[in-house]
Ligand binder design. Structure first.
Ligand code: SF4
Length: 629
């Protein structure tokens, strides 16, 4: 068995209520490693092209990696993947917390789930044992109730639970998977896939910590890493205020998404920024497994109108912006309440905020009226309308039922020109970054196999200053302007993305690792060597990252996605109307050229399909399907 792993992949067939254990060899583990790469491998192998994402034939993967559960800050993330019911493309989403490490300690490196149970069930995985258990007691319950009932039923308050709320049970395409009430596999509708399988939760508990090749070396690097986290400015900021510090930074730069991605500055930003957050609703800092950064926020607020439960976690930057600036809402307790409603029901708070902002803009233009909203004025800035829409979406009632399908489908159903205000890429709503001020991020959104995604790609701050010096090991030495889309940007992005994607394959938090945060490339390589005992290198790890990206691209290609889907929203081709970057827009011709150049740099053909030679180089020849090389 390879160091760092259990050497076991669990395959569960819910239709037949059976399971079996695969024990891959070391070469396989070295090739696919974990996270997004390992998940893409199983989807390509076991999922037929054209499969209905909500049918029993969809395959759902929970994937860890060699490093999951190693006692190092940030080494706790895992991937959930399947064909997405939101986009039809590959669905993939990472989360931190404690669930991934606990699943590792319970005895498995990944769980691959097939079929559909005849009745609601949950998977109970503990110390190498597997049980498919009746979920009647938790079906219909929210995520908090589910956790509490399962703790009682299993007589253990240290279980770790990845569950769905009512949104997942209803197969709402923006439903998420949540673990331990404050960590989310938020994107691409993986909660709906769990619901379609009648799978309420995966519950893990275990005592087996896989052996590491050189535990003393891991300990030594962990010590250095944690010392650097205490002084490295981005990590110091995260420890102090979590991700909420971004509200002020982006607003001051003029790229805080506002008014459904029309504007880049929000006049109420001071009321929702980190200072306001910590003065009004902040209670304490939370963390993920073994992490010394502790960027999570826990909140409380004594108000019966906006009740907050400290157990449900606090809104992070993306949600504060999605339910706040994007909808022009400056009422922080209401935003925090909206976040907790999303988490109770299991709705992705990014997509939910985008859907609410879309509805508000439709209302502004008379496309939706009070006749659609039971007399409510769903105007920008109306916090109660936002909370009401979340309740309606989760309940699948009235206009909420239409909106819960995501902006693309909702606009198609509403008609009357609603498409003009439905902002998505490949069918997925946008995380809260304005590509007009971060053109590398815009490329990442356009090229993400999942549709718009912010953990796919380096943010443009990594293209400047300290970020560049950290990327110099990849041959990137010159800073690149965040506002330009040109040859230099395409090169920087194409190479930088490979470094960033390593984190999704190895299950490492971006806030702890290269290129922006405390860990250096050399420490990262040394850690992987010390955990696995592999004679690995940065080159080897970059190949894993690229393999993961290429497999996801191949998945999408066989589902009919093409170069026309690698685009950004029309609003980013329009000038920012005000703020420090007033007039800034993405030139569509330059952007298309940069995407085409990215294809060429990456060894993809002009249609954005990885060439046979690229597949062979990455040891993915099995994807050639008889094509000549
Ligand atoms: S930096 Fe924050 S999100 Fe990342 S592992 Fe640590 S606590 Fe979790």
């Amino acid at each position: 068995m390879p160091y760092g792993y259990n050497g076991k992949i669990l395959h569960v067939n819910l239709t037949q209520a059976t399971w079996e254990i695969e024990e891959p060899d070391t070469a396989w583990y070295r090739t696919y490693v974990g996270g997004s790469a390992l998940a893409a491998y199983y989807l390509l192998k076991h999922l037929k092209p054209g499969t209905d994402p909500l049918s029993p034939d969809n395959v759902l993967v929970f994937a860890l990696s060699a490093v999951t559960g190693a006692p190092v800050s940030g080494f706790n993330r895992y991937t959930v993947a399947a064909r997405s019911p939101l986009t039809g493309a590959i669905g993939r989403t990472e989360a931190g917390g404690y669930f991934g490490p606990e699943l590792k300690f319970a005895g498995f490196d990944a769980v691959v789930i097939y079929g559909r149970s005849a009745k609601p069930v949950y998977l109970w995985i503990h110390d190498g044992e597997v049980e498919i258990r009746d979920a009647a007691a938790v079906w219909g319950r929210d995520n908090l109730q589910t956790l509490e009932i399962l703790e009682t039923e299993l007589n253990d308050n240290r279980i770790r639970v990845a569950s769905i709320g009512q949104a997942g049970e209803k197969m709402i395409p923006i439903a998420c998977v949540q673990n331990d009430l404050e960590h989310y596999n938020g994107r691409t509708g993986m909660g709906a896939v769990m619901g379609s399988k009648n799978l309420k939760a995966v519950v893990a508990r275990g005592k087996n910590r896989p052996e590491m090749a050189d535990p003393e070396a891991v300990k030594a690097i962990r010590k250095l890493h944690n010392e650097r986290i205490k002084v490295h400015p981005p990590n110091v900021g995260l420890s102090k205020v979590g991700t909420t510090g971004l509200i002020k930074g982006l607003n001051d730069t003029g790229i805080l998404p506002t008014h459904n991605f029309r504007d880049g500055t929000f006049k109420g930003a001071d009321k929702i920024n980190a200072d306001a957050y910590h003065a009004t609703i902040f209670d304490s800092a939370g963390s993920c497994y073994a992490c010394s950064v502790r960027c999570k926020r826990r909140v409380k607020f004594e108000d019966e109108k906006y009740p907050l439960d400290i157990k449900m976690g606090g809104a992070e930057f993306e949600t504060v912006s999605a339910l706040g600036s994007l909808c022009e809402i400056d009422n922080l307790p209401a935003i925090a309440r909206g976040n907790q409603l999303c988490n109770l029901y299991g709705l992705d708070s990014i997509s939910t905020g985008c859907v609410v902002a879309f509805a508000m803009e439709c209302f502004e233009h008379g496309i939706l009226t009070t006749a659609d909203t039971g007399g409510r004025e769903i105007t920008f800035g109306n916090a109660d309308a936002m909370l009401w829409l979340i309740e309606e979406m989760a309940a699948g009632r009235g206009i909420g039922k239409v909106l819960s399908q995501g902006v693309k489908r909702a606009a198609e159903e509403i008609g009357k020109g609603a498409e003009e205000f439905a902002f998505h890429i490949k069918g997925q709503e946008l995380p809260l970054h304005d590509g007009r001020g971060k053109s590398g991020m815009a490329m990442g959104y356009a090229l993400a196999a999942t549709g718009a995604e912010h953990v796919e790609t380096p943010h443009d701050v990594a293209f400047q200053g300290d970020g560049v010096s950290k990327l110099s090991a990849l041959g990137l030495h010159d800073p690149v302007n965040p506002l330009t889309t040109d040859m230099a940007k395409a090169r920087f992005f194409a190479i930088g993305q490979k470094a960033w994607q390593m984190n999704n394959c190895y299950g490492i938090c971006n806030f702890c690792s290269v290129p922006i945060h405390a860990l250096t490339f050399q420490q990262l390589v040394d850690l992987i060597r010390a955990i696995t005992g592999w004679d690995t290198s940065l080159y080897d790890m970059i190949q894993v990252s690229e393999r993961g990206t290429v497999m996801q691209r191949m998945f999408n290609y066989r589902e009919g996605f093409g170069p026309e889907d690698d685009r950004v929203i029309r609003r980013w081709h329009e000038p920012l109307p005000d703020g420090p970057l007033k007039g800034q827009a993405i030139d569509p011709i330059a952007f298309r050229k940069a995407i085409d150049l990215y294809y060429a740099i990456s060894g993809w053909d002009k249609n954005g399909k990885p060439t046979p030679a690229k597949l062979v180089e990455l040891n993915l020849g099995w994807l050639l399907e008889g094509e000549p090389v």
